[in-house]
Design a protein around this ligand. Structure first.
Ligand SMILES: *[C@@H]1O[C@H](CO)[C@@H](O)[C@H](O)[C@H]1NC(C)=O
Ligand SMILES: *[C@@H]1O[C@H](CO)[C@@H](O)[C@H](O)[C@H]1NC(C)=O
Ligand SMILES: *[C@@H]1O[C@H](CO)[C@@H](O)[C@H](O)[C@H]1NC(C)=O
Ligand SMILES: *[C@@H]1O[C@H](CO)[C@@H](O)[C@H](O)[C@H]1NC(C)=O
Ligand SMILES: *[C@@H]1O[C@H](CO)[C@@H](O)[C@H](O)[C@H]1NC(C)=O
Ligand SMILES: *[C@@H]1O[C@H](CO)[C@@H](O)[C@H](O)[C@H]1NC(C)=O
Ligand SMILES: *[C@@H]1O[C@H](CO)[C@@H](O)[C@H](O)[C@H]1NC(C)=O
Ligand SMILES: *[C@@H]1O[C@H](CO)[C@@H](O)[C@H](O)[C@H]1NC(C)=O
Ligand SMILES: *[C@@H]1O[C@H](CO)[C@@H](O)[C@H](O)[C@H]1NC(C)=O
Ligand SMILES: *[C@@H]1O[C@H](CO)[C@@H](O)[C@H](O)[C@H]1NC(C)=O
Ligand SMILES: *[C@@H]1O[C@H](CO)[C@@H](O)[C@H](O)[C@H]1NC(C)=O
Ligand SMILES: *[C@@H]1O[C@H](CO)[C@@H](O)[C@H](O)[C@H]1NC(C)=O
Length: 532
């Protein structure tokens, strides 16, 4: 986990650049000197060069993502792609398996005595000539009985920054200990998930609000199925399994989503709801952070506290927007797709199902742990659901602070022609001055303006005719330059960006930009540091 030491290094790098560049970005409120904190879960891969900035080893540099790194490279800074990508790095590199065992000092006998738990991530199913085909996915693990004192220490060391857990309200301390306990679990590899019990559900299901993605009570009887493979080394399973029709309505003969309750045998906490999604219709694919909940991954302290301590809080009135969609378009399927790591899935599901329409879920599987894989996960999961429902149309929702979203959402429109009905992106820089993160709108070139909208407030999404592809509210001004936006002053010029992106040297970057480029680097460092 590039956590504590890296955070301090970046702080140092950031302050160093801040000192060098004028005008400097406003220092973040918690940008005070901070003593390096130990222990690290895994060693940081970053070295610090006080005279320059900091640099990552070759293997990580080789992952460098095209454009942003070229801009930064042109300015003489080696920035890893995930820095420039806005993937929240406090959600990177959680310890797994043996690392958890050793950090908690557990032995095999301790572990054997613990009950097996299953994270059964609410699946979707498509209808094929063989019948319904359910994508079961999740994780098998054991959660050690870690003392509150140990959890508090781990939380202080890893997840809470700029304050101590003990100074937070008791409810937030409990939430932080709870999340820490969920992260410090021991995944169970090569385990046979031998029974999953299915039974028809009413429109409520065992999770999620009524309406939306499941207005119809499923017909048909109960059944038990087995997964064809044991869990992976990381305890994951992810496999499509055909189920018996058993009185269910065929997917080519209904417009309604049918829900099945699913219970994993031999485990506590294994309940979920499967969504049997008809061949044709509309599916909302929604990101969660900074669109359905306030996360502020781009602000110091806030991102960490919002993720690890504070209760999850909806962003503006998105719940009523989704509620309206789910009732006015009653056959809509909702799929929540976030790149948050699997270990914290339960907290995300709990929040979503208490606040938004029920729907299937995707988070980041454990085998997507290296940087390149982390950057590819959204595309991988989007492609999977698009390929599973070739006749359905998708409404893609997120915010501008994720560079994978900015690239992948418009790419789906190109790669799966006719399947993207709408793209809605909250312009986080527009309402949140704390978001200094540049975003790339070049993927939208060539897309019909009716099919996408950058918006500022949740209410901008009212009064659209989504069913008929009217996704653009004329009263919301659009300023899409099809290039990097949200850059600091002086770097907004596309020529200089293209120059450095194509050129082999920094010749394309006007000298006048170098100063602001440093400022930009400081911004990026500050953002990255916040994310750790
Ligand atoms: C739906 O699919 C099933 C299985 O492929 C098939 O037997 C049935 O005739 C289809 N129904 C319609 C209305 O096409
Ligand atoms: C967990 O540990 C606490 C104290 O460390 C103990 O009181 C409790 O009984 C334990 N619970 C289980 C289920 O072992
Ligand atoms: C640990 O904290 C929880 C609240 O988060 C509390 O319910 C529990 O009693 C505490 N356990 C011990 C052993 O103090
Ligand atoms: C964490 O919270 C969830 C939901 O409230 C609860 O089901 C779970 O038992 C808690 N875990 C721990 C370790 O307290
Ligand atoms: C699957 O796991 C079970 C233990 O849960 C083990 O007995 C069995 O041999 C494994 N199967 C394979 C194919 O590895
Ligand atoms: C899991 O166990 C069942 C019997 O309970 C067996 O039929 C099945 O082959 C096993 N699967 C694997 C992958 O070992
Ligand atoms: C899971 O579902 C079963 C069957 O309805 C129920 O008995 C059990 O309490 C549920 N477990 C949880 C943790 O909700
Ligand atoms: C992770 O596992 C899935 C199968 O569960 C596989 O399709 C995917 O390619 C793997 N990803 C990586 C990065 O290894
Ligand atoms: C159902 O989903 C599977 C897995 O993504 C896919 O291979 C298959 O083509 C889909 N079937 C239909 C009829 O869309
Ligand atoms: C986002 O909002 C900012 C501030 O209002 C604005 O300058 C920018 O052009 C907007 N971006 C888009 C793509 O509309
Ligand atoms: C609710 O959704 C319907 C259909 O999508 C739309 O016509 C209507 O304007 C929406 N209402 C609000 C207040 O957004
Ligand atoms: C439009 O976006 C460009 C590039 O980000 C920015 O320089 C300009 O100020 C924006 N205009 C408005 C009206 O927001």
């Amino acid at each position: 986990m590039p956590s504590v030491a890296l955070r301090s290094l970046l702080l140092a790098a950031c302050l160093c650049v801040l000192a060098a560049a004028t005008p400097a970005p406003k220092p973040q409120p918690n940008a005070n000197p901070v003593a390096p904190r130990d222990p690290l879960i895994t060693p940081s891969t970053v070295e610090y060069h006080p005279s320059r900035t900091w640099k990552r080893p070759r293997d990580i540099l080789s992952d460098l993502d095209g454009d942003v790194s070229s801009i930064l490279g042109g300015l003489g800074s080696d920035i890893p792609s995930y820095v420039a990508s806005g993937i929240p790095n406090f959600f990177q590199g959680f310890p797994t398996g043996d690392a958890v065992k050793s950090s908690l000092g557990l032995n095999d006998a301790d572990l054997a005595a613990l009950p097996t738990q299953v994270l059964n991530i609410d699946p979707y199913a498509n209808f094929t000539s063989q019948g319904w085909n359910v994508r079961f996915h999740g994780n098998v693990y054991k959660q050690p009985n870690t003392s509150n004192a140990t959890l508090e220490k781990l939380a202080n060391d890893l997840f809470i920054y700029g304050t101590q857990l003990s100074s937070l309200p008791e409810s937030q301390q409990a939430q932080a200990r709870n999340l820490t306990a969920e992260i410090f679990v021991v995944q169970q590899g090569n385990v046979n998930v031998s029974t999953i019990h299915l039974e028809p559900s009413d429109s409520q299901g065992s999770s999620g609000q009524p309406g939306g993605g499941g207005a119809e009570t499923a017909t048909g009887g109960t059944q038990d199925i087995q997964l064809p493979y044991n869990t992976t080394a990381e305890g994951d399973f992810d496999v499509f399994v055909p189920i018996a029709s058993n009185g269910l309505t065929n997917g080519n003969e209904t417009q309604s989503v049918q829900r099945l309750n699913t219970y994993v045998g031999g485990a506590t906490l294994g309940n979920g709801t499967a969504y049997l999604v008809p061949n044709e219709g509309l599916t909302v694919i929604s990101d969660i952070d900074d669109i359905l909940r306030i996360t502020k991954i781009y602000e110091p302290e806030q991102g960490l506290l919002n993720s690890f301590a504070r209760p999850f809080t909806p962003w503006e009135n998105m719940p009523s927007i989704y509620q309206n969609w789910s009732t006015s378009l009653p056959n809509m399927h909702f799929h929540y797709l976030t790149t948050t790591p699997e270990q914290v899935t339960r907290n995300y599901m709990q929040f979503i199902y208490a606040t938004y329409p029920g729907g299937s879920f995707d988070t980041r599987p454990l085998n997507f742990s290296n940087i390149a894989a982390t950057l590819s996960i959204r595309k991988f999961l989007l492609t999977k659901i698009f390929e599973t429902f070739p006749q359905r149309k998708f409404i893609l929702v997120a915010d501008t602070s994720n560079s994978d979203v900015m690239k992948d959402y418009p790419a789906m429109a190109t790669e799966f022609p006719g399947q993207v009905q709408c793209i809605f992106l909250r312009n986080t820089t527009g309402t949140d001055p704390g978001d200094k993160f540049p975003y790339d709108t070049s993927g939208f070139k060539g897309l019909n303006q009716k099919s996408y909208m950058f918006f500022l407030n949740a209410d901008d999404l009212t009064n659209l005719d989504i069913a008929n592809g009217q996704c653009y509210n004329q009263s919301i001004p659009q300023n899409v330059t099809f290039s990097y936006q949200g850059l600091p002053d002086g770097l907004s010029d596309t020529t200089s960006i293209n120059g450095s992106a194509n050129g082999s040297s920094s010749a394309g970057v006007p000298m006048a930009s170098v100063q602001t480029g440093l400022t930009f680097f400081a911004f990026v460092s500050a953002v990255f540091w916040q994310l750790l």
